[in-house]
Write a protein that binds this ligand. Structure first.
Ligand SMILES: [Zn+2]
Length: 152
């Protein structure tokens, strides 16, 4: 996993930095000035590497957190989403599918809900704005809240 490798790099850079700092502490400043400057440059470079690698780890963690939040939301929605003919609907207070039809494909694949729209050129077709899946409009109709029509 790339993030675990990044953490390994951070640890390795920090170990290098620590080793250099130890060397500087233990050499009692008997180092030549030029040698000391070189060691300090190595130390700063190791710390800069660690800082850069940490920022990539941070990006990975925030990406994961975003994804977890998405999945939690989808998980909660799952209880309120039902299929009726060729679309998903949220459940109304009467416990039945209600409101606007949403894309089967997007929910099945990504757990995302997108309302279907009529195709601009074909009023018998509804289209998903996200994945462009096409559905027969009569199989994906709006369902009014109180007045649930019998299945056609
Ligand atoms: Zn879709």
């Amino acid at each position: 996993m790339p993030d675990l490798a990044a953490i390994g790099s951070v640890l390795s850079s920090l170990k290098t930095a620590t080793d250099i700092a130890k060397l500087l502490r233990e050499t009692d400043f008997s180092l030549e000035k030029a040698e000391l400057k070189l060691k300090l440059a190595e130390l700063m470079s190791a710390l800069a590497d660690a800082k850069m690698e940490m920022s990539s780890v941070q990006d990975t963690i925030s990406e994961r957190e975003r994804r977890i939040a998405e999945l939690e939301e989808a998980f909660q929605l799952r209880a309120t989403v039902v299929r009726d003919r060729d679309a998903y609907y949220t459940v109304g207070e009467d416990g039945k599918p209600t409101g606007q039809p949403m894309c089967l494909r997007c929910w099945d694949i990504q757990h995302k809900l997108y309302r279907l729209h009529f195709d601009a050129k074909d009023r018998f077709v509804k289209v998903c704005p996200a994945c462009a899946a096409r559905y027969e409009a009569r199989m994906a109709q709006n369902i009014a809240a109180q007045n649930v029509p019998p299945a056609a």
